[in-house]
Write a protein that binds this ligand. Structure first.
Ligand code: CP
Length: 362
């Protein structure tokens, strides 16, 4: 553990300033998010993901002072399913920007749902209590239900086997810090990556959202390989999306066929299916004995079971701790955009920083 910066953990810690490049952030693009709910990856294009991640990098660098930016804003986090990272990183993001949080862990026990109240009625109440709502639920349809009467922005923090779009932003924030040139329009073929996904995107929301966001970067992905125990790990919609993308794509049930060629390995095994957690694809295990390419990085949304051995934690393959820690800054960037708090970025800090990021467009 680094003694001066507790955010720096074991594994690879890419420097966020590399992602900032010339330091210009297109805030007018980020302004498109003002007042918007974030429910699914299809709301994003590549440029928006890149600008959000650059803004997150700026926040991570502490090149701007973050005090007071969300002062006066109240965010409700309502979790109807357990979480370590998502709820705490959303709440940390708000609190570190001096906003306030109303936190509802165990929503099914701690709201009127326990008495039979509908989610749509709860949504109506949230309008009076907060400026934005972050919700996780075991049911894919819960978002639509709570949105019926909700008039403040909603952020999907994972809905059943549906999507987890802000996790995908955290995933790509880690990848872009590791390899900022992935932002380019088209890299030479030798610099494009082979992306391996160990898991079943059709059944797992994190893998689903990650795959969808990865397709935005298709010009810089040489190939995608899905490694799954299931015969059809994608389902119809994702299969169609992949086909339309034109990306070179394969499915295999044998990790040894591809591991030594992968530049990025994204893995997950825990999925909430039906009414309980299940472990899918956990027969694929990675440890320091695995034939990973020398410079390959491993991403995992966590929590992990034994598919990702802790012996990898100390290696430079470990991008998963950076991925988890960076989620705070991605979520800060999202809140600043959704709640339209750009003008709270103190002017003197814009001058103090050496980064000439674009603010005239605000
Ligand atoms: N990545 C993720 O969704 O983790 P939690 O379930 O701990 O929130």
């Amino acid at each position: 553990m680094n003694s001066t910066n507790p955010m720096l953990s074991s594994g690879l810690n890419p420097d966020p300033t590399d992602l900032l490049g010339n330091g210009t952030i297109n805030f007018s693009l980020l302004k498109k998010l003002v007042g918007k709910s974030i429910t699914a990856v299809h709301q994003f294009d590549k440029e928006l993901v890149c600008e959000l991640c650059k803004f997150a990098a700026l926040l991570e660098c502490r090149k701007i002072r973050t005090y007071d930016i969300l002062k006066g804003q109240i965010v409700i986090t309502a979790f109807f399913e357990p979480s370590t990272r998502t709820r705490l990183s959303f709440e940390s993001a708000v609190l570190r920007l001096d906003g306030r949080v109303i936190s509802i862990p165990e929503g099914a026990r701690n709201t009127g749902v326990a008495k039979g109240e509908s989610l749509s009625d709860i949504g109506e109440m949230f309008n009076a209590y907060g400026d934005a709502v972050v919700i996780r639920h075991t049911e894919t349809e819960a978002l639509a239900e709570i949105s019926k009467n909700l008039r403040v922005p909603l952020i999907n923090a994972g809905n059943g086997s549906g999507e987890h779009p802000t996790q995908a932003l955290a995933d790509w924030f880690a990848i872009l810090k590791w390899k900022p040139q992935m932002q380019s329009a088209q890299l030479p073929e030798e610099e494009q990556i082979h992306l391996g996904i160990l898991g079943s995107p059709g059944s797992m929301r994190t893998v689903n959202s990650f795959l969808r966001m990865s397709l935005l970067f298709k010009q810089n992905i040489r190939k995608i390989t899905v490694v799954s125990e299931l015969a059809n790990p994608l389902g119809e919609e994702l299969s169609d999306l992949l086909e339309q993308s034109g990306i070179v794509f394969e499915i295999t049930d044998n990790i040894n066929n591809v591991l030594s060629d992968l530049d990025v390995v994204y893995m997950n095994s825990i999925a909430f299916l039906g009414d309980s957690y299940r472990s899918l694809d956990s027969s694929f295990k990675l440890n320091t004995e695995s034939e990973l390419k020398k410079d390959a990085v491993v991403l995992h949304p966590l929590a992990r079971l034994d598919e990702l051995d802790s012996t990898l934690d100390e290696t430079d393959h470990n991008l998963y701790f950076t991925q988890a820690h960076g989620a705070v800054f991605v979520r800060q960037a999202l809140f600043i955009a959704i709640l339209d708090c750009f003008d709270r970025i103190p002017y003197q800090d814009r001058k103090e920083t050496k980064i000439e990021y674009e603010l005239q467009t605000i």
